[in-house]
Write a new protein. Structure first.
Length: 202
């Protein structure tokens, strides 16, 4: 990255400065790390490609995911040998208020992900006057990776999130989930980057 100029706006500058102060780093180190996270081991779009599944094309489903879907890392707590531990789990979801449409979409998702995914009513008690929203949830590395590979060549808005989650899932040490597993700084940086991207609604 040395010698390469990167332009940032005022909002990005303030975020970079805040992260640098929080972690005791120089601003250039924060930028370098962010660029490396987004640029290394990207999914090769041109190497991926899938036929339609039950009449649904990858392009159509990617458009749905760009508009109504998300890629993220869920953080949960659990006990291991009397210690409080944290588990990070790859996840993806898509929401829509039309139950019939989501019931038709569910078998498509399950076919793509090898049987992963379930449909539920995601009610928000704090917004009683809003429409009910139905959500298809995919949890775990296997299903999420299959979904990303199916959608990746055609994602536009959610490409960055998919790429980061792909990197999280395909780290060399990551295979079957092990009880007591710990996470390194790169895992947590990916978690934070995904959280920030989803917060901005990108």
């Amino acid at each position: 990255m040395r010698g390469k100029k990167i332009r940032v706006n005022d909002e990005a500058y303030l975020k970079i400065r805040k992260l640098a102060l929080e972690h005791g780093l120089a601003m250039c180190q924060v930028v370098e790390r962010a660029v490396s996270l987004m640029g290394e081991e990207e999914i090769k779009r041109e190497e991926l490609g899938h036929p339609e599944v039950f009449g649904v094309s990858p392009e159509y489903l990617a458009g749905l995911w760009d508009g109504e879907g998300s890629f993220y890392i869920a953080k949960t707590k659990y006990k291991y040998k009397d210690e409080s531990r944290v588990r990070l789990m790859a996840a993806a979801a898509i929401s829509n208020s039309n139950k019939e449409f989501m019931e038709q979409l569910l078998p498509v998702i399950r076919e793509i992900t090898g049987g992963c995914g379930f449909l539920y009513l995601a009610e928000d008690g704090s917004r009683p006057h809003h429409k009910k929203v139905w959500k298809i949830q995919i949890n775990g590395q296997k299903g999420v990776l299959a979904l990303i590979k199916f959608l990746a060549p055609h994602l536009k808005i959610k490409w960055e999130q998919a790429n980061l989650l792909y990197k999280f899932c395909t780290k060399e040490r990551r295979g079957k989930y092990k009880i007591g597993e710990t996470y390194d700084e790169e895992d947590w940086e990916i978690y934070r980057c995904l959280k920030e991207l989803n917060k901005r609604g990108r």
